[in-house]
Design a protein around this ligand. Structure first.
Ligand SMILES: Nc1nc2c(ncn2[C@@H]2O[C@H](COP(=O)(O)OP(=O)(O)OP(=O)(O)O)[C@@H](O)[C@H]2O)c(=O)[nH]1
Ligand SMILES: [Mg+2]
Length: 483
């Protein structure tokens, strides 16, 4: 039960995501009104967004405040005050369903945002946002921005331009309807956008994901080429080199997409978006594995495993050297001690003993098991299980060597036969020490040495836990049946 408690509290602590903070890194989704920006995000997250919180897409200018989508254990939608990507968010109010445009009319788009949290692990930057030095996990933000209006609302126009790029960009996503891509209004907007893109600060190099919506599948290839040419032309007009821009183009028609096509689009979009992070492909993998991979080297248990095995080996080797047949200190007898004072006699026997064992006196007194650093998430398990079990295994060994030292310290001329004397004093402690080394826990330590070559931290730990539970159950069972 004690072991179970240790493991349970460890697993709860390990998976607590309280350390997750807002990163500076963003990917903004930009384009004209009704281009399909909001629709793109809804399609991307699909069932992860509950029906009631699904952002509204319509044919009128719809999105008024920036909508930040980021990671949350459970889906929530709230209004937050947050002026810049690098400022902390202050919760203003939560929503139980997505608000209409008019409901947000009094909130300045430059100061307020909506925040939608979804349980999408790809929105966690496992290694941080690449801005600060720390490599703690942080939230990534995908931000839906208000579209450019048709040109008659100058204020909205200015705001849309101001919100085009973020402070620290992973990528920018530009969305356009296929039919409007080379239209006059959009061409002007795209030019403005490209110059903002050229000035923006990126994690890596400038990165653009261009999504062309309402594109019939038959047109997709031609549209790809056209869009690429257009973007490269505008980029060149800014005096920039093609090689300085990473560009991926997606031509889609969300209305006419099979489930398979949608899945393909999603996978391709995420791959392209997250590519600058250069994170391992199984980013959305097992949360235990991810958490364990962030452990500092000083938390690696392998040195403790090695040290434990080393203690056992030393104990075995010394016990073996300490007795040859019925003789504990070979080649020594009372005749060879004739004429010596008590002290000199004891010194001589002690020296012979140490010579036989091939060690220093200190080696026989130190059987302690190394502790884990105090902040180690397993320090509880280690001290109340591992150290305690290993301590039990080694205590009789320590007791044997203590008895030997005491027997030597009590030696006088009254002893007639040294061999008989030592046998009487040490036979039982020696037998107890040997049998203590033959324990289920020493078997565990021996078996666990095979884990030293296992590269995956999560496998090492899972196997170690399984072995420890097996060993504890065995001991419980054995103790009950002996009783
Ligand atoms: N047929 C078709 N309709 C689409 C496609 N993409 C978006 N739409 C529709 O176009 C309309 C506008 O899409 P939204 O996602 O609201 O556009 P938006 O860019 O967010 O617009 P604002 O928020 O006003 O800036 C919605 O009715 C969408 O369902 C597409 O690929 N094909
Ligand atoms: Mg929108």
């Amino acid at each position: 039960m004690a072991l179970y408690d240790c493991l349970r509290s460890f697993s709860e602590n390990l998976l607590r995501r309280s350390e997750l903070t807002d990163g500076f890194l963003t990917a903004r989704v930009v384009g004209e009104f009704s281009a399909g920006k909001t629709r793109l995000l809804s399609e991307l997250f699909g069932p992860l967004i509950p029906e009631s919180l699904m952002p509204i897409s319509s044919l009128e200018p719809q999105t008024r405040l920036q909508l930040e989508i980021t990671y949350g254990d459970v889906p929530t939608l709230s209004l937050v005050e947050r002026e810049q990507d690098y400022r902390p968010a202050r919760l203003v109010r939560p929503f139980s369903c997505f608000p209409e445009r008019q409901e947000l009319a009094n909130f300045d788009p430059m100061l307020y945002r909506l925040r939608l949290a979804v349980n999408e692990p790809r929105l966690i930057l496992e290694e941080g946002d690449g801005y600060g030095q720390e490599k703690q996990p942080q939230r990534l933000f995908l931000i839906d921005t208000p579209g450019w209006s048709s040109g008659d609302d100058e204020l909205a126009e200015q705001q849309a331009s101001a919100l085009m790029t973020g402070y620290h960009n992973l990528a920018l996503v530009y969305v356009s309807q296929a039919g409007r891509l080379d239209g006059v209004v959009n061409a002007g907007h795209l030019r403005d956008f490209m110059s903002a893109l050229a000035d923006a600060e990126f994690l890596d190099q400038a990165k653009l994901l261009l999504v062309v919506t309402r594109c019939p599948p038959a047109e997709a290839q031609r549209m790809q080429q056209l869009a690429r040419k257009l973007v490269h032309r505008l980029w060149a007009e800014l005096g920039r080199d093609e090689a300085e821009l990473s560009l991926d183009i997606f031509c889609v028609d969300f209305h006419a997409m099979s489930a398979e096509m949608l899945a393909q689009f999603r996978a391709g979009f995420w791959r392209s978006l997250l590519e600058p992070l250069k994170q391992p492909a199984q980013l959305a993998g097992d949360p235990w594995a991810l958490a364990l991979r962030r452990w500092p080297d000083s938390w690696d248990l392998r040195s403790g495993l090695r040290a434990s095995a080393h203690r056992l080996e030393r104990a075995r080797a010394l016990l073996q050297k300490s007795r040859q047949d019925d003789e504990f200190i070979s080649g020594m007898n009372m005749y060879r001690l004739t004429g010596l004072e008590n002290d000199a006699m004891r010194k001589k026997v002690s020296a012979a003993w140490l010579r036989q064992l091939g060690c220093e006196p200190a080696d026989l007194g130190d059987w302690s098991v190394p502790a884990l650093p105090g902040d180690h998430p397993l320090s509880d398990w280690w001290s109340s299980y591992w150290q305690q079990q290993l301590g039990q295994t080694l205590a009789p060994v320590q007791a044997f060597f203590d008895s030997a030292r005491q027997a030597i310290d009590r030696l006088t001329y009254d002893v007639k036969d040294l061999k008989d004397y030592l046998l009487a004093e040490l036979d039982q402690p020696h037998a107890r020490a040997l049998s203590a080394l033959d324990s289920s826990f020493s078997c565990l330590i021996q078996t666990a040495q095979e884990l030293l070559d296992e590269p995956a931290a999560e496998k090492r730990l899972a196997t170690l836990f399984t072995l420890s539970l097996l060993q504890a159950r065995y001991e419980d069972y054995y103790a009950q049946h002996v009783a």
